[in-house]
Design a protein around this ligand. Structure first.
Ligand code: D5M
Ligand code: FE
Ligand code: ZN
Length: 528
């Protein structure tokens, strides 16, 4: 339906600045009077939120609204029902935009799409830094339903190109054509739904540009069933199987996958950090200052100092500052309660780093960029003093950069929350499993409309078009490293000690443990 849906109710929602996920859409469209229900939800939400706020309507919010409506229709006063009223705005607040410049970034685009070299620094290293892919300028949505349809179409088409190249899927069918065949069926589709039958088999609903079909995954087929446990809604994959009436019995599930990459030799070092959370009372300033001293050659043993001397690039994958209004009662955990002052402090700290290394900064969900992904660069108006440091490059989240030929895909990792919650055996601790899965699915945030706010734009910028040498992520605050098919998958931990929120989720952060690719060899340096 996502590829083909264009009904009136979607126009109404997008015009009101409300994104709705597919489950909410289904629920509304199957109600008695969808148009009437749509109007009342919109007027309810619009009364509460300014248009600049991006509102994501999930089934949970919808259910709260319906609960409230039902009670009101029965003549029960809901004014006093704090629990209902409270939970609704909480859920919505989590996707509020932080800046009014939703969508279109004001940054100049002279840097993008072109090869450019930096001013040569004082030593003789020849910097060759390129932004290969950045969603910055292109990143906007007009709030038109056409965008949402184009968005899913773009995702489908891009990933289908990878799948078409898989030998398992040569001579694949359009879903509308499968009834013409009695033999093996091969299709490429987007997952609309995943559910279990009462006998604990799995049914997935697949959609392509021509139609929809149900696919059965029999639990007797253990290997296949195990593979199906990593399926998520909205991913695009191939299915091989046989047709039985209106059903396909799957024999194989095919991911777009990752071709093995030749390892890239480098004769310099790259340092990966994220989740510094400057401004928070839990920011580990001492540890961060030790790290800076190390970079500057003033801390550590001889071997560590030698590594530091080889560092040419420092990548920061988001959550530079703690931000404000990110979660309820955040003020109580802030030392610096103003976003500009947080970035001022960040500039003071980054300003102490030696000038002859290049710093690349990409935003996270705590930074002052819009929250919907792709996130444009941290806006200059919030971080002027950082922009004044001329060894810093600002890139979007995600973005693909080349560091003297070492292609590095930077993504903060917000979607890890969704995958950790959705998939059996996955967790925040196992971000290496998540990264592998994302590479296999060729998408950084496959699930649409859950915790990760995704902007439905004309193009899906979170498709992994090109396999990088390095995938650098953060967000989970726990280090991980794995080499997968030639890709260094690195999660860079944090400089923030455990927060109250993380206590609840039992997230034990790795603090001040910094991953480094030292001439191609992975190392971790500790500054706790
Ligand atoms: O994320 C800090 C940590 O908290 C990280 O381990 C992810 C986890 N986290 C953040 N938001 C959520 C939600 N909504 N559900 C579950 N876990 C979450 P940070 O972005 O620094 O606040
Ligand atoms: Fe963080
Ligand atoms: Zn984060």
């Amino acid at each position: 339906m996502k590829i083909t849906m264009t009904p009136d109710i979607l126009y109404k929602f997008t015009n009101a600045g409300i994104l709705l996920n597919e489950r909410a859409y289904k629920k509304i469209s199957s109600s008695k009077d969808p148009i009437d229900l749509t109007s009342s939800i919109i007027s309810y939400l619009s009364a509460k939120y300014k248009k600049k706020d991006l509102i994501l309507l999930t089934v949970e919010i919808l259910d709260k609204f319906l609960e409230k409506e039902l009670l009101e229709n029965q003549g029960i006063e809901t004014k006093g029902m704090e629990s209902v009223k409270k939970r609704v705005p909480d859920a919505i607040n989590s996707v509020k935009l932080q800046d009014s410049g939703f969508g279109i970034s004001e940054n100049d685009d002279s840097k993008y799409g072109k090869d450019f070299k930096f001013k040569k620094p004082s030593n003789d290293f020849d910097f060759d830094f390129k932004v290969l892919k950045d969603s910055n300028k292109k990143s906007y949505t007009s709030g038109n339903i056409k965008d949402m349809v184009s968005y899913f179409n773009s995702r489908y088409r891009k990933i289908k190109e990878f799948l078409k190249k898989r030998k398992e899927l040569t001579d694949h069918f359009a879903i509308a054509d499968i009834y013409q065949s009695k033999d093996v069926i091969k299709i490429i589709g987007m997952v609309n739904d995943i559910r279990s039958t009462k006998n604990n088999h799995k049914i997935i609903e697949l959609e392509d540009e021509t139609g929809e079909i149900s696919v059965l995954i029999h639990n007797d087929n253990h290997k296949l069933f195990e593979k199906s446990e990593t399926l998520v809604r909205d991913e695009v994959l191939g299915v091989v199987g046989s047709r039985k009436g209106n059903l396909i019995i799957a024999s194989e599930l095919v991911n777009p996958g990752v071709p093995r990459l030749e390892e890239k030799n480098i004769d310099f070092s790259v340092v990966f950090i994220s989740d510094i959370h400057i401004g928070s009372s839990t920011f580990l300033e001492d540890s961060f200052r030790k790290f800076i001293k190390w970079l500057n050659g003033e801390y550590g043993n001889e071997e560590q100092k030698e590594i530091a001397a080889d560092v040419k690039y420092l990548i920061v994958a988001g959550d530079i500052v703690d931000g404000i209004g990110i979660y309820p009662h955040q003020e109580e955990e802030l030392i610096i309660k103003d976003i500009h002052s947080q970035y001022d402090e960040a500039a003071r700290l980054f300003g102490e780093i030696r000038q002859d290394l290049k710093i690349i900064i990409s935003p996270g969900n705590h930074d002052a960029s819009r929250v919907a992904e792709p996130q444009p660069v941290i806006p200059k108006e919030y971080a002027n003093p950082l922009y004044d440091l001329n060894n810093i490059e600002f890139v979007s989240n995600p973005s693909l950069v080349s560091l003297n030929g070492l292609n590095t895909l930077i993504y903060h990792g917000r979607s890890f929350d969704d995958l950790a919650m959705t998939l059996k055996g996955f967790s925040h601790q196992k971000s290496d499993l998540i990264m592998r899965e994302l590479l296999e699915k060729r998408h950084l945030a496959p699930i649409y409309g859950e915790r990760t706010p995704l902007a439905s734009e004309l193009e899906d910028h979170l498709v992994i078009d090109e396999i990088p040498h390095v995938l650098h992520t953060g967000h989970v605050h726990i280090n991980s490293y794995k080499m997968y098919k030639g890709v260094h998958m690195i999660n860079s931990g944090t400089f923030q000690s455990q927060t109250e929120f993380q206590k609840i989720y039992n997230i034990i952060p790795t603090c001040g443990e910094v991953p480094v690719l030292h001439k191609g060899v992975f190392k971790v340096l500790k500054f706790a």
